[in-house]
Design a protein around this ligand. Structure first.
Ligand code: EPZ
Length: 443
């Protein structure tokens, strides 16, 4: 296991470059299954999740090279259609090969994606849609595999009962080669989906957003190669903006995208975070004044994104007064709370009042974790002190690194492999702006 040794209390000062968006890069790599031609993809972040996805594709016979942040990848006709358990189960997003494999090869066998291996969750909405396009998909709990078969996928008019970012993308990746037109209603409107759409259209697909939360895809015979550059990562920018303020520092962020972060910037300014537009791709975030409390509810795009919830909670430990955070997308996304409380944060769980929770929450209600709360109440400001912390999910991990940087004294953060899943060379980039952070291998 790898650990960060962090000595906090130093303001972060300087410039940080945001990398390519993980949640776009992963899907562009999957698109290699849709053509025999080579794809050249730039600005791919060198992250564990990206390397895991490349392992999945290589296990199918896809050829790839990853030099710097450019991936050259070629699927080809002789691609296998069974994802081995050891590679498939490591990455939840590996399930996205299902759509393209059915569209291209008419069959697919893949292990139940990461997380608990029971039942069809959390890709029931993906499977629902593929079945409407003519696929037969079954889940065999004896070997934990999904088996999919489809003579020829046909276009369908599909309405998602609840929002799903990768579910929308899975069906787009299937519909591009299906025969006829597919309409996806109540489809995800995250900007990362637009990057996938742009990429697939550059390969010859015919996809367009035809109304709010509605995507229309006209299936084509085949797709050809393309060269594309991944958009910057919105979650990285938010993480570094919060890092600037919680360390009472001043960071200039390059590859910034304020236009895609409106809901964040509105709240960030509201609570007193300093922000300055340097140019259309550069933004300065800095500590300006004592922070005010806030009430946030996470939502699908363009609302306040669930991935920003953990770092925001840290920010609110430094704000005057009582803040609330209501998580409506995932059923268990407060793993970092116990760790922040070890550092002196005052946080309590509560149950937000919701008229019809089964309909209101984005997760499947029967996935609700008993005794789990969807809301936290944070009372600040509290000076955080050092602690020994452990990470079990990506955004929580980044939050605990920032917490250790903002706290006085020396902290240890175990399980930083989780952070490597979403942030390339994080300790190098933070050290360059003054952080005292060292990676130590622990046997
Ligand atoms: C994507 O996850 C992102 N991951 C997440 O980022 C992000 O938090 C999320 O979208 C919301 O924006 C990738 O793109 C790889 P959903 P996704 O399908 O697609 C439930 C990160 O940190 N659900 O919109 O999995 C689901 O469990 C990650 O980079 C079902 O129950 O999110 C969740 O509670 C974390 N069945 C909710 O719906 C389904 O078939 C929203 O899921 C699909 C989803």
């Amino acid at each position: 296991m790898q650990t960060f040794e962090i000595t906090g209390g130093t303001p972060l000062l300087g410039t940080i470059e945001v990398g390519g968006a993980k949640n776009v890069a992963l899907k562009l790599l999957v698109a290699s299954l849709l053509t025999d031609d080579e794809l050249i993809i730039h600005n791919v972040p060198k992250l564990r999740d990206v390397l895991f996805m490349l392992d999945v594709l290589k296990s199918l016979g896809v050829k790839e090279s990853f030099v710097g942040n450019t991936v050259r990848i070629q699927g080809g006709a002789n691609v296998a259609t069974t994802v081995p358990l050891e590679v498939g189960a490591r990455l939840r997003t590996s399930s996205m090969v299902l759509g393209p494999m059915l569209a291209r090869f008419g069959e697919a066998k893949l292990p139940n994606p990461g997380g608990c291996r029971i039942g069809a969750r959390p890709i029931d909405r993906h499977i629902e849609g593929l079945k409407k396009m003519g696929a037969t998909i079954s889940y065999h709990s004896d070997d934990g595999y999904f088996y999919g078969v489809a003579k020829k996928l046909t276009g369908a008019d599909i309405t998602f009962e609840k929002n799903t970012h990768t579910g929308t993308e899975t069906l787009i990746l299937a519909a591009v080669l299906a025969s006829g037109k597919t309409i996806l209603r109540n489809a995800a409107s995250e900007v990362e989906v637009d990057d996938l759409i742009g990429f697939l259209n550059s390969m010859g697909a015919r996809i367009q957003r035809t109304a709010e939360n509605e995507i229309t895809i006209d299936g084509v015979e085949s797709l050809h190669g393309s060269e594309y550059t991944v958009m910057p990562d919105r979650n990285e920018e938010v993480t570094f903006a919060i890092a600037a303020v919680v360390t009472k520092g001043d960071l200039t962020i390059k590859n910034s995208q304020r236009n895609n972060l409106e809901s964040f910037i509105q709240k960030f300014s509201q609570v007193g975070g300093g922000i300055e537009e340097i140019d259309d791709k550069t933004t300065r975030y800095y500590y300006k004044e004592p922070l005010k409390a806030s009430d946030i509810m996470t939502q699908r795009y363009p609302g306040f994104m669930t991935d920003w919830q953990a770092p925001w909670a840290l920010l609110m430990t430094q704000s005057e007064g009582v803040s609330t955070l209501h998580e409506t997308v995932f059923e268990s996304r407060f793993s970092y709370v116990s760790e922040l409380k070890k550092m002196g944060a005052v946080i309590e769980f509560y149950t937000p009042k919701v008229a019809d929770p089964e309909k209101f929450y984005n997760f499947n209600w029967d996935d609700k974790v008993e005794g789990y709360f969807q809301g936290i109440r944070i009372t600040g400001p509290t000076a955080l002190h050092n602690a020994v912390l452990s990470i079990d999910d990506l955004r929580a991990g980044a939050t605990l690194v920032l917490a250790a940087l903002s706290a006085n004294g020396q902290s240890y953060v175990h399980g930083v492999e989780q952070v490597d899943r979403g942030y390339e060379k994080i300790e190098k980039r933070l050290s360059r702006v003054g952080a005292h952070i060292k990676r130590i291998e622990e046997e």
